[in-house]
Ligand binder design. Structure first.
Ligand SMILES: [Zn+2]
Length: 323
């Protein structure tokens, strides 16, 4: 067995040197959450408790990620944010809401991944945070891309959240639930049809479809944010005067795409609609000073967006161990 420092791993077809030591050199090669940082973070929204739960990250080639700008221009934005310019690190963080009556998970993480993978840590981190997946009462989906739905299944292929109702945006399931839409979908996204059907199958008897601006549970409303996918949806959470929004994949990492909302990325189903949506959603949260959580934001994946001349600047929220 080789040292993780020297290990190589295959990413998106490119063999890259491990970007960072993920654990001490003398630890076991399989990275376990116990070997790294605890991947959860708590804050309050009124009387509600929100926990952001890290699921790890994925590194992909930077080439081909932004489709409407030269690579050097994309690299310059990453450089400004002190991020690597030879690859793109995409973090995954799931938002969990405890209202006292409901325990809600927004999207499900990457699920079961290879022991050497740098993602798939959500369930282990939930346990580290003292949150039993069996206690989850609702899983609320933003959209059906694999990194958001794969965690619906456990290693045995059964429901990872055995007691949860799954809530899905009507426009999302209408698109991906109808295979006649396949030829009208970008080639790179066609696997979403079969994959999402398989991941949702154990929940068929407890699946709820919601439209835009619908009450999901008391305190949580859907906000249509179509473009990234046909039914991509954000969720507004409020208790009393306090509020936040889970913006899901309105953008991928904000250092790159909030800063440059005009960048069109490879994962956007309809890039023009996605750009219009991100400007609308981000204008709202910037103007109303609404705290946000994002699925691909740098952990702990929550803070604020400030409007700037050409886009938005992400400002991490203040932190305290006292919640
Ligand atoms: Zn995503």
């Amino acid at each position: 067995m080789q040292s993780p420092r020297r290990s190589l791993f295959l990413i998106g077809g490119a063999l890259l040197a491990s970007p960072m030591p993920l654990q001490p050199a003398n630890a076991q090669p399989a990275v376990t959450p116990a070997a790294g940082n605890p991947g959860f973070y708590r804050f309050k929204v009124g009387s509600f408790t929100v926990t952001t739960m890290h699921d790890g990250f994925f590194a992909r080639p930077l080439e081909g990620f932004v489709r409407n700008a030269p690579l050097a221009e994309v690299q310059a934005v990453l450089r400004d944010a002190f991020l690597p310019q030879d690859r793109l690190i995409i973090p995954f963080t799931v938002t969990i809401l405890d209202t006292g009556r409901d325990l809600v998970v927004f999207d499900s993480g990457n699920g079961v991944t290879a022991p050497t993978a740098t993602n798939g840590r959500m369930i282990a981190n939930m346990r580290a945070a003292g949150i039993d997946p069996a206690r989850v009462t609702r899983v609320v989906m933003s959209h059906f891309h694999g990194d958001h739905v794969n965690g619906l299944l456990n290693a045995e292929g059964a429901a990872a959240f055995p007691n949860a109702e799954v809530i899905v945006p009507e426009a999302e399931i209408a698109w991906w639930g109808d295979t006649t839409n396949e030829t009208r979908s970008p080639e790179g996204q066609r696997a979403t049809f079969a994959n999402s059907a398989r991941r949702l199958a154990p929940y068929a008897a407890r699946l709820r479809r919601i439209g835009p601006d619908a009450e999901v549970i008391p305190g949580v409303r859907s906000v249509a944010a179509h473009g990234h996918t046909p039914g991509h949806t954000c969720y507004h959470i409020a208790d009393g005067a306090d509020q936040m929004m889970f913006v899901a994949d309105t953008t991928n990492r904000p250092e790159l795409l909030a800063r440059r909302p005009d960048f069109h990325i490879v994962f956007d189903f309809d890039a023009v609609a996605a750009e219009a949506t991100r400007r609308r959603i981000y204008d709202r949260v910037a103007t109303d000073r609404i705290r946000i959580t994002g699925y691909h934001f740098p952990f702990p994946a929550n803070g604020y967006l400030a409007k700037e001349a050409s886009g938005y600047r992400f400002v991490a929220a203040d932190w305290s161990s006292v919640v």
